[in-house]
Ligand binder design. Structure first.
Ligand code: SF4
Length: 490
């Protein structure tokens, strides 16, 4: 049996697609290569957001050339946003690549690999619009108890720093019935947490003419037995409506955590980014969310150094950060992105100025996050136990997990207490608030869940120490490779 490895870069949409790529390959008879082994098929699921995304890909392909020369049966495939953008130029630059496929036809991978093998010729197949919804393809999920559920692909916005609309096309929405059927099937398999995924979840329903579809979808998720946690990414401030806030506040299994990209606190820069909202509207949404859910944790994305940004504009961003009191933020130094309108804008900000602003922003945001975390000391939290070790110190061995507001919690287990399994829910009391995580050294109780059973079954062995789960833009630990500003899907 031929083995495979999928290497994933970029945003959650790519993490979701990579689960489909693994599902497709396993359905076609491939098996996952054991960690560290050289796989027969290496698939790159690329991101086009970073300025040096190209160099990174060609660097990796360069490393594989001699490996493939020694293993003629080996195959290399390149997919994702960079493949959608660069198309056949990838096989021109790296003729040892066997397959290039795009964001609209990930389902074609197994057939293209076979065709390349039989015809001993590289296969390049890029479609300009979606072939089938990736959600309809077989999947191999990373986590037995947490899942991504795509509700839409593509985006109708035109933010000037973003390449997504050019590479993933205009927004296409899945029918609510299909989304809910997938969620019910996942819960039946033991999943207790789902993350609804879209470039802009707030415009969900635009394609079938229902602008309140997203709020209704959240409420419908509230009726699914066994579904304990519903999250979503990413909302867009322009389309964020009151019915969504009400649905979040009134649906018990919708989590009080919101990742809402700000990008800039200057109206002049927001206009230049073509973000279609202004800072006061953004702050009003934050205020309304906090009125409806006082304990909600709000995180964001911010870009510093966007072309034309002055010190005054930057002070506008710092001011919003002070007012919004984010629990966490992805902060990005603007860098030119090939193929975006901002690439050719005048007044590109000098690197040293961008670096200085970046450091000042991070320092302020860390201070805010720390103050917010300190307020949680003494509170009892329900934690979804994750895989892997928690934060250890000389005296204490800890496990880790996510609170309902998605904060990262490291919690201690008293002597003699059986370790909860990943997927179980533990109740703990917070004893310390750190800048990017919470510590809970007062242990309460464990609720064993079907998700914990699913994890145990997936291990095929009795409960062992848990591991780290890939998840939402997290408060504390960083996911795979944060995309650069925007397109953190959204
Ligand atoms: S930043 Fe987000 S909302 Fe804007 S174009 Fe990109 S994907 Fe769409």
């Amino acid at each position: 049996m031929r083995t495979y490895e999928v290497r994933t870069y970029g945003c959650q949409m790519n993490v979701h697609d990579s689960e489909r790529l693994r599902g497709l390959l396993e359905d076609a008879g491939y098996v996952r290569a054991p960690e560290g082994d050289q796989a027969d098929v290496v698939v790159f699921n690329t991101c086009a957001v970073r300025e040096n995304a190209d160099n990174k890909l060609y660097g990796n392909l360069g490393h594989l050339a001699p490996v493939k020369a020694k293993n003629p049966g080996m195959q290399i495939a390149v997919g994702g946003c960079l493949a959608q953008k660069d198309k056949a130029s990838i096989t021109k630059k790296a003729p040892w690549v066997d397959v290039v496929f795009g964001t609209h036809n990930i389902g074609s991978l197994p057939v293209l690999l076979e065709r390349a093998r039989v015809q001993k010729e590289s296969q390049v197949e890029i479609l300009e619009s979606l072939e089938v919804f990736p959600s309809t393809l077989p999947t191999r999920r990373e986590s037995p108890y947490s899942a991504w559920v795509s509700i839409s692909v593509g985006c109708n916005n035109t933010c000037t720093f973003c390449i997504v609309p050019a590479l993933r096309g205009r927004e296409k929405d899945r029918r609510p019935g299909d989304v809910l059927a997938e969620v019910e099937a996942l819960v039946a398999e033991g999943v207790l947490e789902v993350t609804l995924l879209g470039q802009n979840v707030n415009s969900y329903g635009v394609e079938f003419g229902d602008r309140y579809a997203f709020g209704k979808l959240l409420r419908a998720c509230g009726t699914i037995d066994g579904l304990e946690r519903v999250r979503f990414t990413s909302p867009h401030p322009r389309d964020f409506t009151a019915d969504v806030i009400e649905a979040m506040a009134e649906t018990p299994n919708v989590m009080p955590s919101l990742h809402m990209p700000l990008q800039s606190g200057s109206d002049r820069i927001l206009k230049s980014m073509r973000r279609s909202y202004r800072r006061d509207r953004y702050l009003k949404i934050i205020e309304d969310v906090r009125t409806a859910m006082p304990d909600a944790a709000i995180t964001t994305d911010i870009i510093v150094g966007f072309p034309g940004e002055t010190e005054e504009d930057f002070q506008g961003t710092l001011d919003v950060v002070r007012q919004a009191r984010f629990a966490g933020a992805f902060t990005f130094q603007y860098s030119k992105r090939p193929g975006t309108p901002a690439e050719s804008m005048e007044e590109q900000v000098p690197r040293h100025v961008v670096q200085d602003r970046y450091e000042r922003l991070v320092a302020l945001q860390d201070e805010m996050a720390w103050e917010e975390n300190k307020k949680i000391v003494g509170r009892s939290l329900e934690v979804l136990v994750a895989e892997g070790e928690g934060r250890k110190d000389a005296a204490t061995h800890r496990l880790s997990g996510r609170a309902r507001d998605n904060r990262l919690v490291h919690f201690a287990l008293p002597e003699g207490v059986e370790a909860p399994r990943p997927g179980d829910l533990a109740t703990v009391e917070v004893t310390y608030g750190a800048p990017h995580h919470l510590v809970a050294d007062v242990f309460g109780s464990v609720r064993r869940t079907r998700a914990g059973d699913a994890w145990e079954a997936a291990q095929g062995q009795p409960a062992s120490t848990p591991g780290v789960m890939l998840g939402m833009p997290t408060i504390g630990a960083q996911p795979l490779e944060p995309a650069v500003g925007g397109c953190q899907v959204g």
